[in-house]
Design a protein around this ligand. Structure first.
Ligand SMILES: Cc1cc2nc3c(=O)[nH]c(=O)nc-3n(C[C@H](O)[C@H](O)[C@H](O)COP(=O)(O)OP(=O)(O)OC[C@H]3O[C@@H](n4cnc5c(N)ncnc54)[C@H](O)[C@@H]3O)c2cc1C
Length: 382
């Protein structure tokens, strides 16, 4: 058994940490307040090669692996979750479907600009009436004169309304298979007539990440924009979510680590009753608990990433990692605010933002309830 990262991965972690601390941290509070997507920072992340990490060089990627992507997401989230989710969704949800299911032509056309960090893309699964039950898609697509005609809508979609956004890959009902809906994936470029990218949602957290509603009204795209085989769209999107869950787990680990680092510094510096508050056992034990849970979540997340990199089945492990890491992250953020006392409730202290940013980790890419259902299904075999 070997629990160590490679020297290259350790070096890369230092590079991303340095970038996060020098470039993102000084702007994080302002980004949270203005809720503006910081295009210049995201382009710098592209310049570091972050958006191409798990893809081969022939597609504009860095030829690294999924584990290295998780390291980058973790390090960004230690400082700012909005930039971490922009990377996670950009690679895991935007680019990965093209890499895994695209034809050679589609990879050259759509994956290369994403992997180079020049553009972003979205993953359009959730709808107003189809969330946890994502197979209940109502968006429909039919072929007419060599084109797909798409009608419907999507909710809560990340990375489609930014100045860098190029396209969204959606699920749409393209027919019937007996009693079940036939669902396919279709690439819809931003700017296609009839495709409306709605206003940004006002959110509890992840303020600088772009999340919007999308509407499709008689949208016409070429038939060759079908991604993967017709009828395989739902199955393929579920495959994407396995990797996505490990990556969200990495984001949760980073947030929890950020809470720990901020809280240790504060517990050493803040004095009450003539002593640093870290000398009170009630505070010290909170730190011990956050540290222990963060380390256990990290083990689960990188085991999932390790399995993914080796092509092993990792559905159950992905759900376990996401479930555990997201729940300990929410607890870590709550306890970090408690350790900071009243200052934890004030926006200029990062733990206040971490607290608001943490909750969605138990919701996005499958709620905690859905993760428990998936784990139980794997255990029970039905
Ligand atoms: C900021 C943000 C970004 C997002 N980005 C994207 C994106 O890029 N692309 C995308 O496609 N989606 C995205 N989502 C959507 C996200 O994946 C969904 O919100 C999530 O899957 C839950 O769906 P829902 O919101 O419809 O909740 P619902 O499915 O309506 O669930 C409501 C509650 O009921 C529970 N529940 C539902 N069914 C069951 C059941 N069978 N048993 C037990 N409990 C159940 C849920 O766990 C939850 O507690 C994003 C969401 C947010 C908030």
């Amino acid at each position: 058994m070997d629990f160590s990262f490679t020297p290259e991965q350790n070096e890369f972690r230092r590079t991303v940490r340095d970038f996060a601390e020098k470039v993102i941290a000084p702007r994080a509070e302002e980004m949270d307040e203005t809720e503006e997507f910081p295009e210049d920072i995201v382009r710098q992340m592209g310049g570091l090669g972050l958006f191409g990490l798990p893809f081969p060089e022939e597609y504009g990627g860095a030829g690294a692996d999924f584990t290295t992507l998780c390291i980058a997401i973790e390090e960004l989230a230690r400082v700012d979750s909005s930039m971490a989710i922009t990377l996670e969704a950009g690679v895991g949800l935007g680019a990965m479907p093209i890499f895994l299911f695209g034809s050679e032509d589609q990879k050259q056309k759509w994956l290369v600009p994403l992997a180079r960090g020049e553009h972003l893309a979205g993953f359009g699964l959730t709808e107003p009436g189809a969330g946890s039950d994502a197979g209940g898609t109502q968006t429909k697509a039919r072929v007419e004169n060599g084109a797909w005609i798409i009608d419907g809508s999507k909710s809560f979609i990340t990375n489609v309304g930014t100045p860098m956004s190029l396209f969204v890959t959606i699920t749409a009902v393209t027919g019937k298979n007996g009693n079940t809906q036939e669902i396919s994936n279709i690439i819809v470029p931003v700017g296609t007539p009839g495709f409306t990218v709605g206003k940004k949602y006002k959110k509890m957290g992840w303020h600088a990440s772009d999340t919007r509603e999308l509407a499709f009204d008689g949208v016409r795209v070429p038939e060759e924009n079908l991604l993967g085989a017709k009828g395989e769209g739902f199955k393929n999107f579920l495959t994407i979510l396995d990797g996505g869950r490990v990556a969200i787990g990495a984001l949760a680990v980073g947030l929890a680590q950020g809470c720990l680092d901020q809280s240790i510094a504060y517990a050493k510096e803040r004095k009450q009753f003539g002593r640093p508050i870290g000398e009170f056992q009630a505070v010290a034990f909170k730190l011990a608990d956050i540290a222990t849970n963060t380390e256990l979540a990290r083990l689960a997340v990188y085991r999932g990433a390790w399995m993914a990199d080796r092509g092993m089945p990792f559905k159950k492990e992905a759900s376990m990692a996401k479930l555990f890491a997201s729940e300990i992250a929410v607890t870590a953020a709550r306890e970090a605010v408690q350790i900071h006392g009243g200052y934890g409730f004030i926006n200029e202290f990062p733990v206040s933002r971490f607290y608001r940013d943490s909750k969605v980790l138990e919701i996005g890419e499958g709620t905690s309830e859905v993760q428990r259902m998936l784990i139980a299904r794997e255990l029970l075999g039905f």
